[in-house]
Ligand binder design. Structure first.
Ligand SMILES: Cc1cc2nc3c(=O)[nH]c(=O)nc-3n(C[C@H](O)[C@H](O)[C@H](O)COP(=O)(O)OP(=O)(O)OC[C@H]3O[C@@H](n4cnc5c(N)ncnc54)[C@H](O)[C@@H]3O)c2cc1C
Ligand code: FES
Length: 373
């Protein structure tokens, strides 16, 4: 039986069939499998991992949400922001992955991708109204969700997008066309600093930062499913606004496009589990996890999904991105002990290294994981 591309754990070659400039900073890449016999399925909100070749044969892995129509099985689309070098910081280089995609990849070029994957997906079993709330390039998974909601659902939808101005606003016409496809889809664009064209043409509905008043006016009292994605300050500010409007934590699903931190920093963080004296050996029925060089040691908590979750629960901030064994961002030296993989990693780590996001200990372990990564 032929395996659908969505089920592949390894990398598959895709060819770029279209490259579309969506705004001053964002371009879309439409991708089809080189072996044109794969059936591409993904859930709206999922991402793929892209292998980016670098000079000298090196490579990096980067994660991109799928921004296209989940009901088109023939192709995938990603929309990528070019992370240019900041003009005011001459020593900081441009982003390697997005620069390669923008500057060196054109129609006809090939990319190796893995996935689709990810748990930040539209809950289609729910009948609640949906709020798709994005900042900047965080709109990509929302556009894919909007495709599905516009054609396959009658749920009320509120598509709220914040960005700098009309010049960097991507996929605007597509969102408006989807919203016009059926009643009960409301769109609100908020530009932080609208330019002259925006002001003349009325491209946006509000300006400045999204405020509590904006949200209150937009969202009538109801029980919503909220999907939130954007840069860190956007996420923190709007998480608080949503919580302030009484929206339950469990109703707010979110995705960070980079190393994430705890969102609700205004809420008490769980106290670190009690520290154990170093030298005491621990029976493996009470497995411990020690983080070097601090020497902090916590008992393994069976309620944790992975070592990553345990480390976060202990107050550490390990780097992560995909949380699915695909991107190697959470690769950490295993000083001693053994682990099992709850999800097979895409690329098997070298001996002595573990992927925190998809492992659990099978004995007491020591990890080389500082307080700050
Ligand atoms: C689940 C998920 C989904 C995502 N979806 C999307 C998407 O749909 N679209 C999208 O555009 N992105 C998306 N991303 C982000 C994407 O994966 C990349 O992180 C992004 O493209 C930047 O990668 P890069 O290689 O260009 O930048 P990197 O090389 O990783 O650099 C990142 C930033 O750091 C700066 N930098 C580089 N070196 C230094 C240094 N020495 N000191 C200080 N700063 C430095 C760069 O200028 C750049 O701004 C997603 C991420 C995740 C985790
Ligand atoms: S966070 Fe991507 S492999 Fe662990």
């Amino acid at each position: 039986m032929r395996e659908p591309a969505s089920a592949t754990k390894g990398f598959t070659h895709f060819v770029v069939t279209q490259k579309v400039r969506e705004s001053a900073t964002i371009s879309s890449f439409v991708l089809r499998p080189v072996r044109d016999d794969s059936h591409l399925t993904f859930r709206p909100g999922q991402f793929i991992v892209v292998r980016i070749p670098l000079a000298g044969g090196a490579q990096v892995l980067r994660t991109y949400s799928l921004s296209g129509n989940p009901d088109d099985p023939s192709q995938l689309r990603i929309s990528v922001k070019h992370e240019r070098a900041p003009v005011h910081l001459p020593d900081v280089p441009a982003g390697v992955g997005s620069s390669f995609l923008h500057e060196s990849l054109d129609v006809g070029g090939q990319l190796e991708i893995a996935g689709p994957s990810g748990e930040f997906v539209l809950d289609e079993s729910s009948e609640r109204p949906v709020v798709l709330f994005s900042g900047g390039v965080g709109l990509t998974p929302m556009v894919s969700m909007l495709h599905r909601l516009a054609t396959g659902s009658a749920r009320p939808v509120y598509f709220i997008h914040a960005c700098e101005d009309g010049a960097v606003h991507a996929l605007r016409q597509e969102v408006l066309a989807l919203a016009a496809a059926r009643p009960n889809i409301r769109v609100h664009f908020c530009y932080r600093t609208p330019n002259r064209d925006d002001l003349e043409l009325g491209h946006h509905h509000s300006s400045g930062l999204i405020s509590r008043e904006n949200l209150q006016a937009l969202l009538p009292l109801d029980d919503y499913d909220v999907y939130l994605c954007g840069p860190r300050p956007f996420m923190q500010a709007n998480w608080r606004l949503l919580r302030g409007l009484g929206i339950d934590k469990a109703r707010i699903r979110y995705e960070f496009f980079g190393p994430a931190t705890i969102l609700d920093e205004d809420e008490p963080t769980p106290a670190p589990a009690p520290t154990q004296p170093d030298a005491q050996p621990v029976a493996d029925t009470q497995m411990s996890v020690r983080f070097d060089p601090s020497g902090r040691s916590v008992p393994w908590d069976q309620g944790c999904h992975s070592l990553l979750e345990l480390a976060e629960q202990a107050g550490l901030s390990p780097s992560f991105s995909c949380r699915a064994g695909l991107c190697n961002t959470c690769l950490t030296p295993l000083v001693s002990g053994s682990v099992e993989y709850i999800e097979a990693p895409l690329i098997e780590p070298e001996p002595g290294q573990v992927l925190l996001c998809c492992t659990r200990p099978t004995s007491s372990v020591v990890l080389a994981l500082g307080d700050l990564q």
